[in-house]
Design a protein around this ligand. Structure first.
Ligand code: ZN
Length: 257
């Protein structure tokens, strides 16, 4: 079987890419990145991504309201979400979670939104993709109490102890460009020690550009650099790593091989 890279978290539906999307998708294909999870954070993102999936059927789609948008989410948005997540093109709920990094004004509202979206994921039995920044304990507590489907911790940046707690709950851990940064000691240690059958890779583009393009705009093709870095870090053959990551992705999303 031919192996390839999977970007489990990208924002290629961002306006950054809109005018040259074909070029970016072609480069991803040429870089052997043959599956891309497009994260949709609102209705416009989602409708755009449904259109893109017509052209690129290997695009996967997740939908969820980001914690930083909490003050903009209306009752109508919640009703839309409840309806649309039953669509079979949406295979995950996310990114959802907590973010106290810039703004702690809406902590209670963030928690409420997070819990409600976890409940919706439970209702439709779809896995969740979790964003957590500067909110480690609250994220853990809420997930433990409310998540009843598979959980992927996106762009994992917490401590090794916290990672172990999530692993105990059966969760998966995704790493992005940060692991390639020289000073990212903890992410490197976590990426080196996470069990291989719980590992996923991502770009989170347009953010978090990996070395050797750090400082430039990120794109989904660059998950390859994250993958090559981790293969070296773990002293594992590229194709073996790809095969393992493909297996993990299939298992996580309940695809039968
Ligand atoms: Zn993201």
């Amino acid at each position: 079987m031919k192996t390839y890279w999977i970007d489990t978290h990208c924002h290629m539906n961002d306006e950054t890419y809109r005018d040259n999307l074909d070029e970016y998708m072609q480069r991803a294909w040429d870089f052997n990145v043959h599956r891309n999870m497009f994260i949709c954070m609102n209705r416009a993102d989602l409708e755009e991504t449904f259109r893109l999936k017509e052209k690129y059927p290997y695009i996967d789609i997740a939908f969820g309201y980001h914690p930083e948008d909490v003050d903009k989410i209306t009752d109508e948005d919640m009703a839309y979400m409840e309806r649309i997540i039953r669509d079979e093109r949406i295979i995950a709920i996310g990114e959802i979670g907590l973010d106290y990094y810039w703004d702690k004004t809406y902590v209670e509202e963030q928690k409420k939104l997070f819990i409600r979206q976890l409940e919706m994921a439970n209702e439709v039995n779809k896995p969740v993709l979790i964003h957590s920044r500067s909110a480690a304990q609250d994220t853990y507590d809420i997930l433990k109490a409310n998540a009843r489907t598979k959980v992927l911790m996106h762009c994992f940046g917490e401590s090794n102890e916290m990672m172990k707690e999530y692993l105990k709950l059966g969760y998966y851990i995704a790493f992005g460009g940060v692991v390639t940064f020289k000073n990212a000691r903890t992410p490197k240690e976590n990426a080196a020690s996470v069990p291989l059958d719980r590992l996923m890779l991502e770009t989170d583009c347009p953010y978090m550009t990996p070395v050797p393009f750090r400082g430039k705009t990120n794109e989904t093709a660059y998950v390859r650099y994250v993958g090559e870095y981790i293969a070296e870090l773990r002293n594992i053959d590229i194709e073996d790593l790809q095969r393992q990551l493909m297996e993990n992705y299939g298992r996580f999303f309940g695809e039968e091989n």
